[in-house]
Design a protein around this ligand. Structure first.
Ligand SMILES: NC(=O)c1ccc[n+]([C@@H]2O[C@H](COP(=O)([O-])OP(=O)(O)OC[C@H]3O[C@@H](n4cnc5c(N)ncnc54)[C@H](O)[C@@H]3O)[C@@H](O)[C@H]2O)c1
Length: 264
């Protein structure tokens, strides 16, 4: 008999950027709550963390290597995932890249890369999932990954901040467009989370602010009202909540999961 205590039983989640920090933790949480999961990442083979999950959940987890910026391939990818585990009715839209530079040096190539993944990829993955969901006449829940960086600009981080502000805006537009279909669209806005991305962030701040490696990471952790950087598992509870029926009257919101950094 199905375990009705699991909050995502009977659902199929697509998670992008699932090989990395937050995506991997949320994949583990969705599986533990009974969802079937398609984990997508640009890496040709699953990361070590995903390999462990594939061994633990051989019937419920599949890995697909794809680049979210290759828009022409996305409909087929969503259809292939659906052929395996049923219509995708949960999306954890998480793949993103980071870069920073002083404003007068912020380059076109950096802009193109950040907007291709964080904005174009995120929008068209969401659209591909929504097209299939609407065609199937099914409800569902979309969770986009924004950032505290999307709430206000930063002198060194213009392109990335703008990309995350776009995520918040697309979340609101999609939520309004999809409300008549019973599909909810929300975003999670993390603060500072200790993931592979933050090693890159720390190294870039070290270069441009003349800091030692690790210094920026320590400082941002101490500045969090709850007194520490987040860990990927800190995002998982909010993700399961927004995916589950417990949040059935919540849409168009961007939820700060950041230890108190941003107040709203
Ligand atoms: N770590 C933080 O402090 C923080 C803070 C705010 C928001 N976020 C957001 O949370 C999300 C997850 O961040 P993270 O820290 O876990 O990052 P991460 O770098 O650890 O993981 C991101 C994953 O996305 C994948 N990816 C990158 N480009 C891709 C592409 N074109 N197609 C498919 N996959 C691709 C990477 O391979 C990686 O596995 C991102 O949207 C990020 O912007 C992170």
């Amino acid at each position: 008999m199905a375990d009705t205590t699991k909050r995502l039983q009977g659902h199929h989640a697509l998670l992008t950027g699932a090989g990395g920090g937050i995506g991997l933790a949320v994949t583990a949480a969705f599986l533990a709550e009974g969802a079937r999961c398609t984990a997508l990442d640009i890496a040709p083979a699953p990361s070590a963390g995903l390999q462990a999950l594939l061994a633990a959940y051989p019937q419920a987890l599949a890995y697909r290597s794809a680049d979210v910026t290759r828009v022409a391939a996305l409909d087929a990818l969503v259809a292939a995932a659906a052929a395996q585990f049923g219509v995708v009715d949960l999306l954890f839209n998480n793949a993103a890249v980071f870069d920073l530079a002083p404003l007068l040096e912020a380059s076109e190539s950096s802009y193109d890369r950040i907007f291709a993944v964080n904005v174009k990829g995120l929008f068209f993955v969401m659209q591909a999932v929504l097209k299939a969901l609407v065609a199937a006449g099914r409800g569902g829940s979309i969770i986009n990954l924004a950032s505290q960086a999307g709430r206000r600009g930063e002198a060194l981080v213009a392109h990335y901040c703008a990309s995350k502000a776009a995520v918040i805006s697309y979340t609101q537009s999609a939520a309004l467009a999809m409300a008549p279909h019973g599909i909810r669209v929300n975003a999670i806005s993390p603060g500072v989370v200790d993931t592979p991305m933050w090693s890159e962030v720390d190294a870039l701040f070290a270069r441009y602010e003349g800091l030692a490696i690790g210094e920026k990471k320590r400082a941002v952790g101490l500045a969090v009202p709850l007194g520490r950087m987040g860990v990927p598992q800190d995002i998982a509870g909010a993700a399961v909540f927004l995916a589950s029926a417990e949040s059935s009257y919540i849409t168009a919101q961007t939820l700060n999961v950041d230890g108190g950094n941003v107040m709203s």
